[in-house]
Design a protein around this ligand. Structure first.
Ligand code: AMP
Length: 395
């Protein structure tokens, strides 16, 4: 696996695919700069070697050239974070981009305009990828968030740099974190899967059953399992057509010696609202008219015990409707247990959409070993897929 440390960038122009797809407010100010901060160590290493950086990224999903999706809006914030002046060019290919790249000196940074202003980017167009490739000497992919897309700048471009391509530090860290859970994780390995639906997690479950010792199930998908086992779930979220699937997952887990932990009690509500009336009951005895929106106190305690005994922990998906304060308690308790296990030496990886949001919202970000920056890319990695952006560097 070629990484940044395999290259000396002195007098070289590094063409870096970063993920600067950051949220902007109505005044076009960056509201969460995590992704820019995540690219800093890669950029600084190259500048310190005596090289220059040409940064390419997408922002949003523009239809053609749309000013609100211009990467010019992020220049000030990126300059603050990197501590280096940034030159901006209003296209990513063509004469202007080529001229700006040609004139770039060691120690300087050039940011190209939004790649997706050209539809060839998402089409994975080879001619467009070649045009991009002519801007730099060494290709660095540091955009985990788009590594699952075979786009021109994330995948296709790599073929024009047969020996001069590598992973940036962020992408390297993402790959190594997943490996630490899926391949080299110290036992016992525990996966916590929450979130809304079994159907969106089934491929992940299938793939990880061979690699884990404990599977904790929470969130909305709990109730498909409980109903499949003959429990009463009232009006809780359920996928009626996945009942057999739920049972077959439990059987498969048993055959593979994976211990499955389902909730034993639930916080129930008489409506899907933070203001709804609430109560606590056994998870398989939910009355009609009520729905389970969080795990109950006995479940919290049982799950926490399993987490504390684990040496490797993967967390994907909240245990309840954490967006509503009255149903966030189970997810917060899980966060505390994972933080404690991590402090005691366990490796913990949080990845995929809503669990990352929960970790940030409840301030557990610095208390777990690694928080993945890629939603879809992380989920596809957990499903066992080789991401095209990663494969293109390894080829
Ligand atoms: P996912 O994207 O599949 O990880 O699902 C995350 C969503 O699941 C969050 O928005 C949660 O509010 C939701 N969720 C978690 N627990 C429940 C539940 N018991 N009932 C309904 N939705 C839930």
């Amino acid at each position: 696996m070629k990484t940044l440390n395999d290259f000396n960038f002195e007098n070289k122009k590094a063409l870096i695919r970063v993920d600067f797809n950051v949220p902007l407010n109505d005044e076009f100010k960056v509201t969460d700069a995590t992704r820019i901060k995540s690219a800093k160590s890669t950029i600084i290493k190259i500048l310190e070697d005596g090289g220059s950086c040409i940064l390419m990224s997408h922002l949003g999903r523009p239809k053609g050239r749309e000013d609100k999706y211009s990467l010019k809006h992020i220049v000030d914030k990126a300059e603050d974070i990197l501590g280096v002046e940034i030159q901006f060019v209003e296209d990513c290919v063509g004469d202007k981009a080529q001229e700006a790249a040609d004139n770039l000196q060691p120690g300087e940074i050039l940011l190209l305009e939004n790649l997706r202003f050209h539809e060839e980017e998402t089409q994975g167009d080879k001619v467009f990828a070649k045009q991009l490739s002519e801007l730099g000497d060494i290709y660095v992919n540091d955009a985990f968030g788009t590594a699952h897309r075979a786009h021109a700048s994330t995948t296709i471009i790599a073929q024009f740099f047969p020996d001069k391509k590598c992973f940036g530090y962020l992408l390297q860290q993402e790959i190594e974190s997943i490996k630490k859970v899926m391949e080299t994780g110290e036992k016992p390995v525990c996966a916590v899967l929450g979130g809304a639906k079994v159907s969106s997690k089934i491929t992940i479950i299938d793939n990880i059953l061979d690699k884990i010792d404990h599977l904790i199930i929470g969130g909305g998908m709990t109730f498909t399992f409980i109903k499949a086992q003959g429990g009463s779930i009232g009006n809780s979220l359920v996928e009626e057509d996945k009942l057999d699937l739920a049972n077959s997952i439990l059987e498969k887990a048993k055959a593979k010696n994976v211990k499955v932990h389902l909730p034993v009690d639930a916080i129930i509500a008489d409506g899907f609202s933070n203001d709804a009336k609430t109560n606590t009951c056994p998870v398989n005895q939910i009355p009609d008219g009520w729905m389970g929106l969080d795990v109950g106190p006995n479940t919290e305690a049982q799950f926490s015990d399993v987490i504390r005994d684990s040496k490797t922990i993967l967390w994907n998906g909240p245990l309840g409707v954490f967006e509503m304060p009255n149903f966030a308690k189970g997810t917060i308790a899980l966060g505390y247990a994972i933080a404690e296990a991590t402090e005691n030496g366990a490796f913990s990886l949080v990845g995929g959409g809503d669990s990352v949001a929960a970790v940030k919202q409840f301030d557990f970000e610095d208390k777990v070993s690694y928080v993945s920056t890629g939603g879809g890319a992380m989920l596809e990695s957990l499903e066992g897929k080789i991401l095209p952006g990663i494969a293109a560097i390894l080829e």
